[in-house]
Design a protein around this ligand. Structure first.
Ligand SMILES: CC(C)(COP(=O)(O)OP(=O)(O)OC[C@H]1O[C@@H](n2cnc3c(N)ncnc32)[C@H](O)[C@@H]1OP(=O)(O)O)[C@@H](O)C(=O)NCCC(=O)NCCS
Length: 185
């Protein structure tokens, strides 16, 4: 069961639309209590290979669904992409707080929706959401062969560093300083 409403996408607990490259529309919103059944259906639309890339290793769909639905602390921010007017989830973007100003991000898009720009849009919205809650650094661990994810990170408008670590490519994105720090600087 999803145990936390987590943090709103924009502090107003509502969903926001986005247009993809092929002109199809999605709604982005924070994960909510009660999303677990829809998340389980979402995982069924994700191939084993995509799940392997999301979790950096083989994982059963049941465990993947449980992880997407359950691995939430109150400081985490999870955004879902839905097909407007339906309960169908097509994207999941998570920022797991790993320090006062740091969050580890991970994404998974339904296979049929990959390559349309949704991952890039979700990174942008997630960065805005976490930035409003004091996060200044995003990190990620990506399989070296995961060119799509590396491309999405490399296109971030924020400074991005990537280096090879023990378990794959380590990514660090420096978000803009919080407004208070920028004023003080
Ligand atoms: C990685 C992922 C989140 C990206 O989301 P997406 O919606 O497909 O991303 P976008 O459409 O915004 O951009 C992907 C870019 O990578 C490119 N790309 C995709 N596969 C590629 C490949 N094998 N080699 C090179 N580029 C590739 C796409 O063409 C696109 O570039 P373009 O805009 O020039 O066409 C999505 O593909 C996914 O869910 N993958 C499986 C899970 C995963 O890998 N998660 C990452 C864990 S951190």
């Amino acid at each position: 069961m999803v145990t936390q409403p987590v943090v709103d996408l924009d502090g107003r607990r509502r969903s926001r639309g986005a247009a993809l490259r092929d002109a199809s529309a999605v709604q982005l919103r924070p994960v909510r209590i009660g999303d677990e059944p829809a998340l389980r259906e979402f995982v069924e639309t994700v191939s084993a290979d995509s799940l392997r890339r999301r979790f950096c290793g083989s994982i059963s769909p049941a465990i993947a669904a449980a992880s997407l639905a359950l691995r939430l602390d109150s400081d985490d921010i999870v955004l879902l992409a839905e097909v407007p007017g339906t309960p169908s989830i097509v994207g999941h973007a998570a920022a797991y707080r790993i320090g006062p100003e740091r969050a580890e991000v991970a994404f998974v898009i339904a296979d049929a929706w990959q390559g349309r720009g949704l991952g890039s849009i979700m990174l942008s919205r997630l960065a805005t959401a976490v930035g409003e809650h004091g996060v200044t650094t995003l990190t990620a661990e990506v399989l070296p062969t995961n060119q799509a994810m590396l491309t999405v990170f490399a296109r971030s408008p924020h400074p991005v560093e990537m280096w090879t670590g023990a378990d794959g490519v380590e990514v660090r994105i420096a978000l803009a300083l919080p407004a208070s720090a920028a004023v003080a600087a």
